[in-house]
Design a protein around this ligand. Structure first.
Ligand code: SF4
Length: 346
């Protein structure tokens, strides 16, 4: 799976649009703002080309980026030319909720050689409950069919399954539904923006373990990103993200939770594209970010949500270490970032 460990600092998320056809229960995102302009898109690509790494990656992100295929394809062609001038190679990742996917669109992006990140939460009951269409009704069947087609096509992909506390007991069933459709590469994410109880957290991790054990019984060892990507806690993700208006953030979580965590937005805001001359300026000290985020929300209503996100990330790291030790999923590529209180000088 062609996903970079966080420490490599060579990947830029570009949010081409905030618009989306869904209304996910966990989305705390203003989806009404205008899409990115081509000028901003080009500036974002130019900044990435100043990265030290010779192989850079662009992750198209939203909202739903496939609603603005014109911007995605503009980004691809501009980045290829810019990479050639800079003596680099550039790869592309598309994160999609799959609802706009068609055979023709898939073929077009496969021809580009994209890595697919498909956000999909499992079976029809869970998916329709957590991720209703904004216009009502369901398109589960056609979206799920596209996931199966990608999984069987040989294209690089990953299904990102978000689990909410309300559906924590369904974790195993939902992951097996994906496995039954041919999905062999998966990433598990506990819903952020909520306060997980111990009971729900236990149900979530127990469900993943049962899924991995059942896969082993079937003779399948799925690729699981969590112990390899090392991006937990996601709430302090260090992958830079350019918003539609040219604001640069670290990670994509806070724009997604901007309505819920207004105190945290300034902490993860790195500046404006026009202020940046080097991609290195976007590199963050993750432990310091963690410390500042905690400080910003102390004593506010946001504190419980932030602490829960950090705790679930830590629990996830410890859990997947055990799964790797037991041979249930592949091992880590890089060491974990320590929590601030565990560092020598914190
Ligand atoms: S979480 Fe993503 S897919 Fe869901 S409504 Fe928000 S932008 Fe759309």
């Amino acid at each position: 799976m062609n996903i970079n460990p966080y420490h490599e600092h060579r990947q830029l998320l570009i949010m081409v649009t905030r618009a989306c056809q869904l209304d996910c229960v966990y989305c705390q995102f203003d989806r009404t703002r205008p899409a990115m302009t081509k000028d901003t898109l080009r500036k974002a690509v130019d900044l990435l080309m100043t990265a030290r790494h010779p192989e850079v990656k662009i992750q198209f992100f939203g909202g739903e980026p496939l609603l603005r295929m014109d911007l995605v394809m503009e980004g691809v062609s501009y980045a290829r030319a810019a990479a050639k001038r800079a003596g680099k190679t550039v790869g592309f990742i598309v994160t999609t909720n799959t609802f706009a996917l068609t055979d023709a669109l898939r073929a077009k992006l496969d021809a580009v050689g994209v890595v697919w990140i498909l956000s999909f939460d499992g079976d029809a009951d869970t998916q329709d409950d957590q991720r209703p269409l904004r216009t009502g009704g369901t398109k589960f069947g056609s979206a799920f069919e596209q996931i199966g087609k990608i999984a069987r096509s040989g294209a690089p992909y990953l299904v990102n399954m978000t689990v909410t506390p309300e559906h924590a007991d369904d974790t195993e069933r939902n992951a097996l539904r994906l496995l039954d459709a041919g999905v062999g590469a998966i990433s598990f994410g506990s819903r952020m923006g909520t306060d997980w109880t111990d009971e729900c957290a236990v149900a979530y991790f127990r469900g993943i373990r049962s899924f991995l054990e059942e896969a082993r019984r079937r003779g399948i060892k799925p690729f699981v990103l969590n112990p390899v990507g090392r991006d937990e806690p996601m709430i302090v993700s260090p992958t830079p993200n350019v918003d539609t208006d040219g604001t640069v953030y670290t990670g994509s979580v806070i724009p997604s939770l901007e309505k819920l965590l207004p105190s945290v937005v300034p902490i993860v805001r790195l500046g404006r594209l026009e202020e940046m001359t080097e991609f290195e300026q976007l590199r963050v000290d993750r432990a310091e970010l963690w410390r500042r985020m905690r400080e910003a929300v102390r004593g506010t209503p946001e504190q419980a949500v932030v602490e829960s996100g950090l705790r679930m990330g830590q629990l996830s790291n410890a859990f997947f270490d055990r799964m790797v030790e037991r041979g249930l999923c592949p091992g880590p590529a890089v060491p974990l970032v320590p929590a601030p209180e565990e560092t020598a000088d914190a």
